[in-house]
Design a protein around this ligand. Sequence first.
Ligand SMILES: Nc1nc2c(ncn2[C@@H]2O[C@H](COP(=O)(O)OP(=O)(O)O)[C@@H](O)[C@H]2O)c(=O)[nH]1
Ligand SMILES: [Mg+2]
Length: 181
Amino acid sequence: METEILRIAIAGCVGAGKTSLIRSISDIEIVDTDKKSTDEIALFKDKTTVALDFGLHSLVPNQLLYLYGTPGQPRFDFMWDILIRQVQACIVLVDAHRPEYFHYGLQILDFVKQRVQIPILIGLTHMDCPTAATPEEIAIALTLHNASQTPPLMVVNPTQKASIIEALKVLTAAIMKPEII
Ligand SMILES: Nc1nc2c(ncn2[C@@H]2O[C@H](COP(=O)(O)OP(=O)(O)O)[C@@H](O)[C@H]2O)c(=O)[nH]1
Ligand SMILES: [Mg+2]
């Protein structure tokens, strides 16, 4: 039987957990494009993603998930524009303990929805941090609280494989049966 390939984009602001997610779940050594940053982000994090992170994972036999971690910085938006048209689904990671970046999650959602109609899952990361916002607060910040058809929110810990698998199961089910998301 032929192996089916499903492509999934992993988006989110710097520090949201994109590289960790791909590294934790990938069946191969990830193609890690982290480079030392030279700009203001260096204050926050000494490495940042400058191109795409890439990893793959087989959730079920005869199916391979290709995972693309998108760059977290707006200046790479042109790559985003190309990538988002090639994927079957998208995970938007939102760092729950950095409310100052919630607007960035909203921008990503708008960016994706304006270009493609694919299942989107919002993965709330850093929920184990004591200062994390609640899912309800984040839903309000992302203006999802009263929309009739909203992407599902799920807590995802990008450092824990079991947590990522749960999210990937929801997303792959939605790819197969789009009406469930
Ligand atoms: N405690 C905790 N740490 C996390 C979580 N998600 C990511 N991290 C950590 O946050 C840091 C930034 O993650 P990284 O994957 O580099 O973010 P990226 O910029 O989106 O690629 C790393 O040290 C991760 O281990 C989470 O849910 N909980
Ligand atoms: Mg990264």
